[in-house]
Design a binder for this molecule. Structure first.
Ligand code: G1P
Ligand code: ZN
Length: 543
């Protein structure tokens, strides 16, 4: 079989971010662009004889074309076999599981997560290592360095693979196995949760609505909720994968999952509702007319984990990203287990999980997960909630309110200011930094500042230091305001303000978060001079 060496020149902008390389489809369609990046990944790996690669994506536009190219390149680069999801589909958590279960030499995942898909929208690619998690910075840096200098890539002359037919396709010294993208993942979920209890819950008339947002979780939700748990068909919406995600923005939050939110706050509200993003790693949890913040969701899953078979023997520890509310810290204190505060981004959790220091982890940005894979996992979070509800036999709202009554409520909200000119955003951050020594002990109404700093983190496993991870204004009562520049925005800069007020008084727990945080919002404006420096008076998105 012929291996062609295609001579080409490197592309200079192939710098993968923490979530891999994300660009417009049109950029990926440029001659040799995808190939250069894939070759750069393969060049940084030591590919032993017999190596297997996991491959799949979220089904967005350009997914199958990219897969055909990557298969031919894997063959030419010495892989013995590629495991690819049927139809080119693998959700990000399912891909992580496949890598781990079949011990492959990592995997290539094609997704731009919650970004829109289509010919004029986004595409993305990332490499996950054999532990199932996103490649650490030293690997992504090596891939980037290679992409700047490579002169040729290798492509084997193979016919396109029929991705729709499950089975093994063999060539001389190379094979492609088209696998059921759902089965292994669904089996894992069934082994972790009390499916009998959840099946009873559904049989008893408990109603759910799951919104796949036209993205990758559709087939997974069908198998889990309909086939294995017996929920009626109308429990699912938008569960057919579309290349353009139905023209929508597959991000499960109160803004983009608008169709589901309307149902949840309407007359026909189900008992439980949830949504997941483009590649299936994010989740949003809702009850009847009730929204659970991701920070509370993490804390409540941790507090009730003993009700879930997979965690029956306890948790080794928990972790949250710094801007995520401290609700889970209170649970950890009570359970007497360690709680780690990491910088934003999933990769920091991987080291802690590999070292068995944490079992559960999460971020305020609708990402929750555990050590069953090395990615956040949307459907897993939904099953956690269903398992807890099936055992406790209480509504979502009752479970959350009982949790607040026991631990106090960490009232929480994030305000995003998107598309700010970079100099203005930097000026806001610089102004905040200039007050590090003057803010401590200052009093703002009922809040007194305890500490003001720029968050840094020393990884307890590998000792690496990450600095400049967000400005924290910590108050003596345990409330906080955090200011951070987004690392994933595409146009200008995005300032994120994370507001958190600790409220121990149950009488106040019914308050809307924006109302309860009114004083915090004012303090944030006063110390940052955001309005003065950017001219923005209201956030672009509030979650
Ligand atoms: C955002 C989220 C962060 C998440 C990341 C990737 O990053 O805030 O929690 O890990 O997307 O999904 P940011 O734009 O804030 O840098
Ligand atoms: Zn995602």
């Amino acid at each position: 079989m012929l291996v062609s060496l295609v001579n080409t020149s490197p592309f200079s902008d192939q710098k993968p971010g923490t979530s891999g390389l994300r660009k417009k489809v049109k950029i990926f369609q440029q001659a040799h662009y995808l190939e250069n990046f894939v070759q750069s990944i393969f060049n940084t790996l030591d590919i032993p004889k017999g190596a297997v690669l996991t491959l799949g994506g979220d089904g967005r536009y350009f997914n199958t074309q990219a897969i055909q190219i990557i298969i031919k390149m894997a063959a030419a680069n010495g892989f013995a076999k590629v495991l690819v999801g049927q139809g080119g589909i693998l959700s990000t958590p399912a891909a992580s599981h496949v890598i781990r279960k079949y011990q492959t030499l990592g995997g290539v995942i094609l997704s731009a997560s919650h970004n829109p898909g289509g010919p004029d929208e986004d595409f993305g690619i990332k490499y996950n290592t054999p532990n199932g998690g996103p490649a650490p910075e030293k690997i992504t840096e090596a891939i980037f360095a290679t992409s700047k200098i490579i002169q040729q890539y290798k492509l084997q002359d193979l016919p396109d693979i029929d991705l729709n037919t499950i089975g093994l396709v063999q060539f001389d010294g190379f094979a492609v196995e088209v696998i059921d993208p759902v089965r292994d993942y669904a089996d894992l979920m069934e082994s972790m949760f009390d499916f009998v209890a959840i099946r009873h819950l559904f049989a008893g008339g408990f109603s759910i609505k799951f919104d796949g947002m036209h993205a990758v979780t559709g087939p997974y939700a069908k198998e889990l909720f309909l086939n294995r748990l017996g929920a009626p068909e109308h429990s699912l919406m938008n569960c057919v994968v579309s290349e353009t995600f139905g023209g929508g923005h597959p991000d499960p939050n109160l803004t983009y999952a608008e169709e589901l939110v309307k149902i949840v706050y309407g007359a026909q509200a189900p008992d439980f509702a949830a949504a997941s993003d483009g590649d299936g790693d994010r989740n949003m949890i809702l009850g009847k007319g009730f929204f659970v913040t991701p920070s509370d969701s993490l804390a409540i899953i941790a507090a009730n984990a003993h009700l879930i078979p997979a965690y029956g023997s306890g948790l080794s520890g928990v972790a949250r990203s710094m801007p995520t509310s401290g609700a889970v810290d209170r649970v950890a204190t009570k359970m007497q287990i360690p709680c780690f505060e990491t910088p934003t981004g999933w990769k920091f959790f991987g080291n802690l999980m590999d070292a068995n220091k944490v079992t559960l982890c999460g971020e305020e940005s609708f990402g929750t997960g555990s050590n069953h894979v090395r990615e956040k996992d949307g459907l897993w979070a939904v099953l956690c909630w269903l398992n807890i509800i099936a055992v406790k036999k209480q509504s979502v709202e009752a479970i959350v309110k009982a949790h607040w009554a026991e631990y106090g409520r960490n009232v929480y909200s994030r305000h995003d200011y998107e598309g700010i000119p970079t100099e203005q955003a930097n000026a806001v951050m610089a102004h905040l930094k200039s007050q590090f020594s003057t803010l401590p002990n200052q009093v703002f109404g009922r809040y007194q500042v305890a500490q003001c700093d720029d968050f840094s983190y020393e990884d307890p496993v590998d000792g690496s230091l990450s600095t400049g991870q967000g400005i924290r204004l910590l108050f003596k009562c345990g409330s906080r305001i955090v200011f951070r520049l987004s690392g994933t925005g595409t146009e200008g800069a995005t300032i994120r303000i994370y507001l958190e007020a600790y409220e121990p008084d149950t009488e106040q727990h019914h308050l809307d978060a924006q109302v309860a945080l009114a004083e915090m919002i004012k303090i944030a404006a006063q110390v940052s001079l955001l309005v003065e420096k950017t001219g923005r008076t209201t956030p672009t998105v509030i979650t």
